[in-house]
Structure formats: C-alpha cells, structure tokens
Ligand binder design. Structure first.
Ligand SMILES: Nc1ncnc2c1ncn2[C@@H]1O[C@H](COP(=O)(O)OP(=O)(O)O)[C@@H](O)[C@H]1O
Ligand SMILES: [Mg+2]
Length: 265
C-alpha cells in the first residue's frame, strides 16, 4: 500500500506567558510519527486530551498562531507546506472537524456543500450525498442554525466527501449520530477507502476503531505508543505495548480491568 500521508517526528508546543515576561513552552505532541495508506482506514485512538485534534489541525495547517511545530508532514510524496495545504484543502484533502461550529453560519447548506457551484452535476452530487446520510433536499435550503447537532455533523461530513478527496481526516465524526446514521457514515468511509482514498479516523472509541479500521495507531499524552493491525485488538494476542494491552483489557468483553488512567477513554 502506498502511503498518502506521513507525519515524521512531528512535535507541537504552545507558548504561554508565565510570571512577568517569562514564557513557558507546553509540549502537546512529541515526536509523533504515523502513516496513512491510500485505500485503507487508519484509526487514531487515544483518550481525551491526548492530542488527536491537534494532530488533525497540524496536518491541515490550522493550528493557532501560538503553536510551534517541528517535524515534517508529507502528502502524496511531497511536503505538505501551508500553501500546498491551502490549495488542496476541501478538494483533494478534507478535514471533518470535531466541532460543528466550523460550518459557515451565513451560508445555506446546499451552497456550502457544493462550495458555491451551481451546475447540474454538483447539485446532483450534493443531493446524492445528503440523501445517503438521510437528509432530504429541503435541508439544502436551511441555514446552520436551523440544523440539529446530528444534522450539522452530517452536513460537515457531506462537505468533506463532496469532491471525492484522496485523503480524509475525520475527527470524532460519529458522536451525536444515531447508530444507523453512524453506521452509514462509517460504511461510506470504508467504501471510499476501497476506491483508493486514505482515511484517518480519529476516535476515542476502540470498539469502533477495530470494527472499521485496518490499522490502529494508539496515541497517549501526545506520543504514538503503538501502530498495529486492527486485528490484534480482536483477540488481544500480539499486543505487546502495556498501554495497548490495558486499553484492550478495558473493553467490556475482556473483563473490564479499568485502572484510573485507562478509564478516561
Ligand atoms: N490552543 C491551544 N493552546 C494551548 N494548549 C492547547 C491548545 N489546543 C489544545 N491544547 C492542548 O493540547 C492537548 C491536546 O488537545 P486535543 O488535541 O484537543 O486533544 P484530543 O482531541 O485528543 O481530545 C490538550 O492538553 C489541550 O489542552
Ligand atoms: Mg479532539
């Protein structure tokens, strides 16, 4: 499998002002490396605050100004510079952000998903995608404030898949969706992967990750501690890293041996 996205020794730190004029650097991602293959679903799993959303934002160069990054991100064999990310974002590479506040409040759903295009093909594609997620064409005429949380999330996903991107980073895409809709969304990601897209599925839900993904990357306190085939999380056999083993053991069917640290997941 060809890698479509690689992060190599990626670090992200934030500066905060301490006493007087002193500045404190807070390290949020440390020496993180991971690979997303084309045609595969890779899951990034970690507890709250592990740095999952930061990684997503680092890839798309959407970090706030007080964030300092080091390391390299490559997309399709070449460094993903800020200019290149800007040019590809929303077309070849798509982020489904964790927060639904990323929708443009002033723009109706239809034009937002179609990115302003009005030709017949774009309209048909937009209708098809919304229908796939259980949203009728009347939703195209609504503004974001008129949507429920679950609808807004589906619209965000529709925006991301509109132009059949080659890379999708989905940051916790399913919370707030009923299980049938969540299933449809995940099935669509798998279908896109079968067609060659690289999917990075970010989740705190290991059960979901192992059901959908080929590979699982485990993130803990800003570091990748494991990168293994998802199948290892079915039986637990072959999981060597103690943190991965602890995560696996914390799954309900494995006896739920929850220690304090793992229970935040
Ligand atoms: N803008 C920021 N300034 C300072 N720290 C931040 C900022 N954004 C995120 N962080 C910190 O980085 C860590 C990882 O955050 P995040 O990536 O949102 O976690 P996750 O998505 O895994 O729950 C957290 O400890 C958070 O407080
Ligand atoms: Mg997050």
């Amino acid at each position: 499998m060809e890698p479509i996205l690689t992060a190599d020794h990626l670090s992200v730190a934030f500066t905060r002002y301490g006493r007087g004029l002193s500045r404190i650097a807070l390290s949020a991602l440390t020496d993180l490396s991971l690979t997303v293959d084309a045609g595969r679903v890779t899951a990034l799993v970690g507890g709250s605050g592990a740095g999952k959303s930061l990684l997503a934002h680092a890839v798309f160069h959407l970090l706030p100004r007080n964030a300092h990054t080091a390391g390299t991100i490559c997309y399709d064999g070449a460094p993903l510079t800020p200019a290149r990310a800007r040019a590809l974002r929303g077309r070849e590479i798509s982020l489904i952000p964790q927060g639904i506040t990323y929708l443009d409040p002033m723009m109706k759903v239809g034009p937002q998903v179609r990115r302003g295009r009005r030709d017949g093909m774009s309209r048909a594609r937009c209708r098809e995608i919304l229908a796939r997620y259980g949203l009728g064409s009347e939703v195209e005429e609504l503004y974001p404030f008129e949507l429920s949380g679950g609808m807004a999330r589906r619209v965000l996903i529709a925006c991301a898949v509109m132009d059949s991107p080659r890379l999708i980073v989905a940051d916790e895409p399913t919370p707030g969706l009923d299980s049938q809709t969540a299933g449809r969304v995940l099935a669509h990601f798998q279908e896109l992967a079968e067609q060659g897209t690289g999917v990075l599925l970010i989740t705190h839900d290991l059960e979901l990750a192992r059901t959908v993904a080929h590979k699982i990357v485990v993130l803990r306190e800003g570091r990748t501690v494991d990168e293994v085939p998802a199948a290892l999380f079915q039986t637990g056999e072959g999981l060597t890293h103690p943190y991965s083993r602890a995560l696996w053991q914390a799954m309900p069917e494995n006896g739920l041996i929850v220690d304090r640290e793992v229970s935040v997941l």
